[in-house]
Design a protein around this ligand. Structure first.
Ligand code: SAM
Length: 273
């Protein structure tokens, strides 16, 4: 039910989703910061699974950098769009496969087959059932080679409470608000689709297992989270923007900043045995 709801939602959002990471300076910071940490930990070459890769923004970026990429997403409309963008970017030789499927069941892929796994922009947040979410993390870990990095970014619970405060204050009196505050879940009956918003410590616990070592957690929008207007205004002034970017990269791994950021990236590594 929840998976169907997510598919229906993203089927109606393909172009918006393609534009999301490049639409303005605020969103671009999520993209740049993610790429910064990918560059820090990715091997020089190899095959990467882009799980929940949507219309393919990261697939294309990674393919341009010379990696072989497999793009997997649950929403067919995203994949049709991605195939066209992959051709347009002339990177089809580096895209090994574009496949429809859910991160909860990766049985189509053998164990230990990818040099890195990325699951970015919230696919794990859209698996609302906690047991299925744990299964997805286990599957994404299984298909990574021993020693391979596994990057996932999710949506943050503390940040979404601020979103309600600033944009939808009338919703604070509804039962859904307390449910979101206390469980992190929204059922997708209003506005956004079914989603689980993570507390930072909960995300870390989800990734703490015998097979994964957590390397780093990052607030992707950082201190500027929920200050879209101010960030976009600042970005028009190159001198001020340079200093803010520096400030952002200096502070984005601070635990407080991680917690309040709209998207939280967790960087982990599959242990050797
Ligand atoms: C916010 S988009 C992020 C897309 C892309 N990774 C990015 O950062 O631009 C979330 C994506 O997760 C996909 N998704 C949601 N649930 C999924 C699941 N169970 N398995 C695979 N993909 C899923 C959606 O179809 C959508 O494309």
């Amino acid at each position: 039910m929840s998976e169907q709801r997510v598919k229906t939602y993203y089927t109606g959002q393909v172009r918006k989703e393609w534009q999301r990471l490049v639409r303005d300076a605020y969103h671009h910071l999520e993209f740049e910061t993610t790429l910064h940490f990918l560059e820090k930990y990715l091997p020089k070459r190899g095959c990467i699974l882009d799980a929940g890769g949507g219309p393919g923004r990261y697939t294309i970026e990674l393919a341009k950098r010379g990696y072989q990429v497999v793009l997997l997403d649950v929403t067919p409309a995203n994949l049709e769009f991605a195939k066209r963008q992959i051709k347009r970017a002339r990177v089809q030789n580096n895209v090994a496969e574009v496949a429809q499927g859910s991160i909860v069941d990766l049985s189509r892929f053998s164990s230990n087959s990818f040099d890195a796994v990325v699951c970015l922009g919230g696919p794990l947040s859209h698996v609302v059932d906690a047991r299925k979410r744990a299964r997805a993390v286990a599957e994404l870990t299984r298909v990574a080679k021993n020693g391979a990095p596994f990057f996932a970014s999710v949506m943050s619970r503390l940040s979404v409470l601020v979103v309600v405060l600033t944009l939808f204050p009338h919703e604070i009196e509804l039962p859904q608000f307390k449910r979101l505050r206390d469980t992190g879940d929204i059922d997708g009956s209003t506005g956004f689709t079914s989603c689980h918003f993570f507390l930072p410590e909960e995300l870390r616990e989800t990734f703490c297992s015998k097979r994964l070592q957590v390397l780093e957690m990052v607030g992707l929008e950082g201190l500027g989270s929920n200050h879209r207007k101010e960030i976009n205004q600042l970005a028009k002034d190159p001198k001020r923007w340079k200093v803010w970017r520096e400030t952002h990269f200096q502070t984005c791994t601070h635990p407080t900043v991680v917690g309040i950021s709209e998207h939280i990236l967790i960087v982990s590594r599959k242990t050797k045995a």
